[in-house]
Design a protein around this ligand. Structure first.
Ligand SMILES: Cc1ncc(COP(=O)(O)O)c(C=O)c1O
Length: 439
């Protein structure tokens, strides 16, 4: 059965982020429950990356599945430019209620990239609606990834995977980051240097910046690079003092991934925009939101239609996604979910301490439910195509572990329902994998 589906797949499917000529066969996933994905041959695979960071409470969670089913029988989709509905309002109220008080308005879209596009477009139009034309620049952080649409690629150009589309992109000024890890003795010097570079840039261009976009505290696709909250706060404050708007891309960090519900709360920063997706529906539906302030919303109110935000997607505020979001939020706010996130973090810390003793393991780091380290046996090549990462991915597949290193960066980002047994097996597998590829 699985070989038949693979043959059909080979005929019609183009997989994302995949070099089809050399990639191994995809897993033929036939069902999923909790942390487990079962393939067509009956193998049970542990999903230790929450299926590209979307899943929060486990696959096929009955509360979310029921909410979607009930909503589908009631009303599946209506045009959101003309209608509103209970699930959309309820989810917006729920999310806004958890974010810093300044963030009051939620604009729905479909995925992380569109959430970013919306923030960048609103930010520029905000200044234009107020008659301010001097601000034309956008700022991002080195190594950032913000998605695959043109604006998001422009903001994330420094992650190095978009070179082929360079001529389609607009200029975004990249500022140094100060990534750190356990036992990093140079962190203060790195932070000082990064902040000095930002100062110099703002001295020259501060009054030209529309907005600065950042993946707060953890840069995901760029290699789970973590920075200290105080550094992020200082970085943001300099940009705020220059009058720039601040966009927090919490597509990955939102909904508890860093332990706290949102990275902006952990860093004690009040941005002007928070971009959300991935976990917003608990990982069930393609949906996103950009949350912004009343002041920004007010700048779009006018008798003149061209001052409105003329942007929208066919499935904006899809009721099924919103119903899933409301159900997922309820689970997220249970004490049990908070305890699970704390348990995951402490397990990671203990396990990574041991793994860090292995040869080649560098830069061990944990933030909330995310643990990562770099594997550099003999200074191997880096980047998404790094041989060590491809070898490890195959190794983990053989062990029925869904763990996908980002180049030479190995990380875990499990659903919150993960158990002691699952985590033990995953970290044991990592230990064997590191030893195998380092041998
Ligand atoms: C921080 C961040 N922003 C944006 C995106 C893009 O999200 P999507 O793939 O849903 O477009 C991602 C995806 O990994 C992300 O990690």
């Amino acid at each position: 059965m699985s070989s038949d589906l693979l043959a059909r797949d080979r005929n019609v499917i183009w997989h994302p982020f995949t070099q089809a000529l050399t990639a191994p066969e995809p897993i033929v996933a036939s069902s999923a429950n909790g942390v487990e994905i079962t393939d067509a041959d009956g193998n049970v695979i542990l999903d230790m990356i929450s299926s590209w960071w979307v899943n929060l409470h486990g696959h096929a969670h009955p509360a979310i599945a029921d909410a979607i089913a009930q909503q589908a029988r009631t009303m599946e989709q209506v045009i959101f430019a003309t209608c509103t509905h209970e699930p959309a309002v309820a989810l917006a109220e729920g999310v806004v209620g958890l974010l810093p008080a300044k963030l009051t308005r939620m604009f729905y879209s479909d995925n992380g990239s569109t959430a970013v596009e919306v923030a960048l477009k609103i930010a520029l139009q905000y200044f234009r609606n107020r008659g301010e034309t001097k601000r034309t620049r956008f700022v991002a952080m080195d190594g950032a990834y913000h998605g695959d649409t043109v604006g998001a690629m422009s903001a994330g150009v420094s992650c190095g995977i978009f070179d082929v589309w360079g001529e389609m992109l607009f200029t975004v000024d990249s500022m140094p980051n100060a990534p750190t890890w356990d036992g990093d003795e140079d962190v203060a010097a790195k932070e000082e240097k990064a902040l000095a570079a930002l100062d110099a840039y703002l001295d020259a261009h501060g009054d030209e910046v529309v907005a600065a976009i950042v993946e707060p505290l953890v840069q995901g696709a760029g290699g789970m690079r973590m920075c200290r909250p105080a550094f992020l706060k200082a970085w943001v404050e300099k940009l705020q003092a220059a009058g720039a708007l601040i966009v927090f891309d919490e597509v990955m960090t939102g909904f508890g991934r860093l332990g706290d519900l949102f990275a902006c709360l952990k860093a004690d920063v009040e941005p002007d925009f928070v971009c959300l997706s991935k976990g917003i529906t608990g990982g069930f539906m393609a949906m996103a939101a950009t949350v912004t302030t009343e002041e920004i919303y007010a700048a779009f109110l006018s008798e003149d239609t061209s001052k409105a935000f003329l942007h929208g997607h066919s499935y904006t505020a899809n009721p099924l996604g919103c119903a899933a979001g409301v159900a997922s939020l309820k689970l997220l706010l249970t004490p049990e979910c908070g305890r699970q996130r704390a348990f995951i973090e402490s397990f990671h810390r203990a396990a990574l301490k041991e793994i860090a003793k292995l040869p080649g393991v560098k830069k061990p780091r944990v933030m909330g439910t995310i643990a990562a380290f770099n594997l550099d046996p003999g200074g191997a090549e880096r980047g998404l195509g790094a041989a060590v990462g491809l070898k490890l991915k195959e190794f983990f597949k053989g062990e029925n572990m869904l763990i996908r290193p980002l180049g030479n960066v190995v990380y875990l980002l499990p659903p919150y329902c993960v158990t002691f047994d699952h985590l033990s097996r995953a970290w044991d597998s990592i230990e064997r994998g590191v030893k195998a590829v380092s041998a």
